[in-house]
Design a protein around this ligand. Structure first.
Ligand SMILES: [Zn+2]
Ligand SMILES: [Zn+2]
Length: 366
């Protein structure tokens, strides 16, 4: 792989008609999203697009020019998932090129619900969800204040582009002259997909092609596994009469573990993730991530063995990369979602149970 920095856009050539552009994510420690550009007989197809920000858009457009094409030439966009660092610029790319946008139906449903929900409904949903897992009043206050100010700015991606094609798991995507197969990998989001480029590695490296892994499999980051966001579904203690999508929220960590095992079995020669850098050994990274989550589950079980706890209590007691007191507001919401995903996994495994009649729902070890 050769890496060149010219002007603003950092572009890398991965060989075999695959390039990447580092599209910056403003004010985020992740730094950038790697947008992959796959040559096809009908023009370039992008895997993800990047954050919706003027500088990010300029970088994407500049990067495409640097690799000898143009945003107007883009034939299609394959989206690994709905998060704004992946799907943010899709609408602008479609406007500039007429490209199709493809996403798994479960994530398209999230995009559709988010577009249809009023910002206030999202804030109500978040407040209800946090209250149900035991967040204290001091944490809920800012959400209620934002609601009173009618501010939805805390939530990026409220008006993200609606995809016009569905990614069907197991199917080949419509990339003329290429073989790119969709692998459904729910966990990070309900409709996350990895894309398997079923072609010989350009260097002749042994293995079965290459995998665009989105946020599912990253070399040095453990992707967030929380509950799937669904403003139409109420909390466990207060289900609405017609919540057909609640099953979606069941066991995201269980989904993730199965999805990891699925991509581990592909035996790919190289992984092309959406952040950080390409890496060769998918199977050993899969093993590390599985071990990480199992040790996390054991830690939670130890906590639940000494006293019954809510997901919020667990989040406060779990080990993070810094003390709870130093974790910013938004990250605490993510942390508690992660704690709840883990405790649900323990319940599914029969290692913990919810104590009937508790509000907020409190768990104990079995
Ligand atoms: Zn993501
Ligand atoms: Zn991401």
């Amino acid at each position: 792989m050769t890496q060149v920095t010219r002007g603003r856009a950092r572009v890398a050539d991965h060989g075999g008609g695959v390039r990447s552009i580092e599209v910056p994510i403003p004010d985020n420690p992740l730094g950038h999203t790697l947008v992959y550009v796959v040559d096809t007989d009908r023009g370039p197809v992008l895997v993800d697009t990047g954050w919706d920000d003027p500088a990010s858009w300029d970088t994407l457009a500049d990067g495409l020019r640097r690799i000898g094409t143009d945003v107007a030439d883009v034939h299609g966009v394959v989206l690994t998932h709905h998060h704004p660092d992946h799907h943010g610029l899709s609408g602008r790319v479609r406007e500039a090129s007429g490209a199709w946008l493809a996403m798994h139906a479960a994530d398209t449903a999230v995009v559709r619900r988010t577009r249809e929900a009023e910002p206030g409904a999202w804030l109500d949903y978040l407040a209800a969800k946090l209250a149900a897992v035991g967040a204290p009043e001091s944490h809920l206050g800012p959400l209620r204040e934002a609601r009173a100010r009618r501010s939805g700015r805390v939530l990026p991606g409220l008006r993200a582009a609606l995809p016009d094609r569905e990614i069907v798991p197991g199917d080949l995507l419509p990339l003329p002259g290429r073989r790119l197969r969709a692998i459904w990998t729910p966990g990070h989001t309900p409709g996350h997909v990895c894309l398997h480029l079923e072609e010989r590695h350009p260097s002749g490296r042994p293995g079965h092609g290459r995998l665009f892994s989105g946020d599912h499999l990253l070399p040095g980051i453990t992707p967030h596994i929380g509950l799937y966001e669904d403003p139409d579904a109420a909390t466990e203690t207060d289900p609405p009469p017609s919540s057909r999508l609640r099953s979606n929220r069941g066991d995201p960590l269980g989904d993730y573990v199965s999805s990891l095992e699925r991509v581990g079995r592909l035996g790919v020669a190289e992984v092309l993730p959406a952040h950080q850098h390409a890496f060769p050994d998918a199977a050993s990274r899969v093993r590390e991530l599985l071990a990480h989550h199992e040790s996390r589950l054991r830690d939670l079980l130890t906590l639940l063995s000494s006293e019954p706890l809510t997901p919020w209590d667990l989040a406060v007691r779990m080990e993070w990369n810094r003390p709870w007191a130093d974790i910013p507001y938004g990250s605490r919401n993510i942390a508690v979602s992660e704690a709840e995903a883990h405790v649900r996994r323990l319940v599914k495994q029969g290692r913990a149970e919810a104590i009937p009649g508790t509000h907020p729902l409190t768990y104990r070890a079995v």
